[in-house]
Design a protein around this ligand. Structure first.
Ligand code: HEM
Length: 323
């Protein structure tokens, strides 16, 4: 039988999803706890790039390290050092999670309706890790790649950051309100890269009429998120990277109903708030400290995606030049 959050439905899904959300909340999501964790990881990330002294690097490993450490803090209660062999194993082989046998007080044999058994615990941890690591890392890889591909956008972000933030000021998610251009760029990165092309499948529970289309009970539905994120009726230049999609004429940030990279409804991404906070804090810290450029002699960068579970960029190397 399926366990965890992503692959379940009905009672198990409800209980495990509620547990996942509660755990994130208890650990400070929406309060300051998890934000501190992200700020600390952003600090390590900047330090790691700084040590490369502007030499060509593939940002994948430092990014996945930072993103994983935020989730590790939630599910294991500690962060990994970048040299940690276990951490490398974790990244390469998610078996690590299954071998771990945590036991917590939620596991109850007394309640016959309880889904809090070890299978569900392991799978829920696995789900949070998988769903939280791959997606956020891939979005950050697109973020860096797009800054190299659109240097004028990068420059404008940096100008805004320099005008609003002090050079060593701790950046909070709250600062997005004073950084409309930067915030619009992050949204455009998510829209344009559309990394989760298709959301989790649904099954129709009763005969339904939807906008004139009959959908029979039992039909499996695949929500196509890319079709919304690239919809020509919703976006001025759907197939061009254009931060103006999220700005009004006065340069204020505007949210768009069709901005659905986290999907919508009961299954909406459970980590949306966490992911938004991570993307903002990692992106602003990196762009304040570095300009991303092509390595010497390299003329262009591949901005096509590779088809897979998530739409990922091709592996690439860039230089993080300290500003
Ligand atoms: C940029 C980063 C992220 C993106 C674009 C993203 C996107 C999505 C999407 C599209 C879904 C499917 C929703 C649906 O079928 O309607 C989803 C589900 C999910 N996400 Fe995320 N996600 C991100 C980050 C995270 C993080 C950081 C976590 C960890 C806490 C997380 C945990 C989950 C879980 C557990 C589900 C399954 C929810 C369910 O089945 O009820 N995600 N995410």
């Amino acid at each position: 039988m399926a366990s965890g959050i992503i692959f379940t439905s009905g009672h198990t899904w409800k209980q495990q999803r509620r547990f996942g959300l509660m755990t994130l909340r208890n650990l400070g999501l929406g309060k300051k706890g998890l934000e501190h964790r992200i700020q600390e990881e952003a600090h390590h990330l900047v330090e790691h790039f700084m040590n490369e002294r502007g030499d060509p690097l593939d940002p994948f490993f430092p990014l996945v390290h930072s993103v994983s450490n935020v989730i590790a803090a939630v599910v294991f209660g500690h962060r990994f050092s970048i040299e940690d062999k276990n951490f490398h194993q974790l990244i390469e082989n998610n078996d690590y999670l299954v071998k771990h046998e945590p036991s917590i007080s939620e596991i109850s044999k007394a309640d016959p309706d309880s889904t809090f058994d070890e299978d569900n615990l392991v799978q829920t941890i696995f789900d949070l890790f998988l769903a939280g690591t791959e997606t956020t890392t891939t979005t950050m890889r697109w973020a860096v790649l797009n800054m190299v591909a659109y240097p004028d956008v990068q420059e404008r972000v940096q100008k805004e950051l320099d005008a609003v933030l002090g050079p060593s000021q701790l950046i909070c998610y709250e600062d997005r309100k004073n950084l409309p251009y930067t915030y619009a760029v992050i949204h455009e990165i998510q829209r344009y890269s559309s990394i989760v092309a298709v959301a989790i499948p649904r099954q129709c529970v009763k005969d339904t009429m939807l906008q004139g289309f009959p959908i029979a009970k039992g039909t499996i539905i695949l929500p196509n998120l890319t079709s919304v994120l690239l919809d020509p009726e919703q976006w001025e230049t759907p197939r061009q990277f254009n931060p103006n999609h999220f700005l009004d004429q006065d340069g204020n940030f505007v949210n768009k109903e069709a901005f659905l990279p986290f999907s919508a409804g009961h299954r909406v991404c459970l980590g949306e708030q966490l992911a938004r906070t991570e993307l903002f804090i990692f992106f602003t810290n990196l762009l304040r400290a570095f300009s991303f450029r092509l390595p010497e002699g390299v003329k262009e960068i591949n901005t096509e995606y590779m088809l897979g579970g998530a739409l990922q960029p091709h592996p690439y190397k860039i230089c993080a030049v300290p500003r």
